[in-house]
Design a protein around this ligand. Structure first.
Ligand SMILES: CC(C)(COP(=O)(O)OP(=O)(O)OC[C@H]1O[C@@H](n2cnc3c(N)ncnc32)[C@H](O)[C@@H]1OP(=O)(O)O)[C@@H](O)C(=O)NCCC(=O)NCCS
Length: 149
C-alpha cells in the first residue's frame, strides 16, 4: 500500500531496519523527507501480519518515475513480496500519468535484475564505476507503461 506521510512515520523504524543496512543509511533519510514533506517521493509497503515485509521508494516527476530503493526483509525473500510492490507501483503509475519507470542497479545484483526483467524492465544503459563501497558499474533499466508514447 502507498503510505501517507503519517503512516511512514509510524513504520519508519521497521522500514529503516530493512533498508539502512542495504543502502548505507539512505532509507532513513528518504523517509524523513517524506514525513517532513520536503520531498514528493512515494513510499509503498507490503505487510505480513502487522509487520512491514518490504518497501519501495518511488520518485515521480511529470510523466516519469524512478525506483530509488526496493528491499524485502531477508527472511521473507522469494515469496512474491517484491512482485506485490511492482504491481502496486504499476497501478499507481498508471493512475498518475506515468509513462516510463527507470532505475539503476548494481551490475552484480542478479536477484534484483532478474526481478526487474520478470516485470518487463529492459537494460538500456550503463554507468561506469557508479557505485562505491565496493566500486561497481550500474546497469540502467526502464519499463514503458502501457499506453505511453
Ligand atoms: C531484489 C529483491 C527486492 C526481490 O524481492 P523478493 O520479494 O524476494 O522477490 P519476489 O519473491 O517477488 O520474486 C520475483 C522474481 O524476482 C526474481 N528473483 C528474486 N529473487 C531472486 C534470486 N535470489 N535469484 C534469482 N531471481 C530472483 C525471480 O524472477 C522471481 O520470480 P520467481 O520467484 O517466480 O522465480 C530482494 O532480493 C531484496 O530485497 N534484495 C536486497 C535489496 C536489493 O538488492 N534491492 C534492489 C536494489 S535496486
Amino acid at each position: 500500500m502507498l503510505l501517507e506521510s503519517f503512516e511512514a512515520a509510524g513504520f519508519k523504524d521497521e522500514i529503516a531496519a530493512i533498508g539502512d543496512p542495504l543502502f548505507g543509511g539512505e532509507t532513513s533519510l528518504y523517509i524523513e523527507e517524506i514525513i517532513n514533506k520536503t520531498s514528493d517521493h512515494k513510499i509503498f509497503a507490503v505487510f505480513r501480519g502487522e509487520k512491514v515485509a518490504g518497501f519501495l521508494i518511488l520518485s515521480a516527476v511529470l510523466d516519469e518515475a524512478e525506483i530509488l530503493e526496493v528491499a524485502v526483509s531477508e527472511n521473507l525473500r522469494r515469496k512474491g513480496i517484491a512482485s506485490e510492490l511492482m504491481e502496486e507501483i504499476f497501478d499507481w503509475c498508471g493512475k498518475n500519468g506515468i509513462g516510463r519507470i527507470l532505475l539503476e542497479v548494481r551490475e552484480s545484483n542478479f536477484a534484483a535484475i532478474n526481478c526487474y526483467e520478470r516485470f518487463g524492465f529492459v537494460k538500456d544503459g550503463f554507468r561506469k564505476n557508479y557505485y562505491r563501497n565496493p566500486s561497481e558499474d550500474a546497469v540502467l533499466m526502464s519499463k514503458k507503461l502501457f499506453g505511453a508514447s
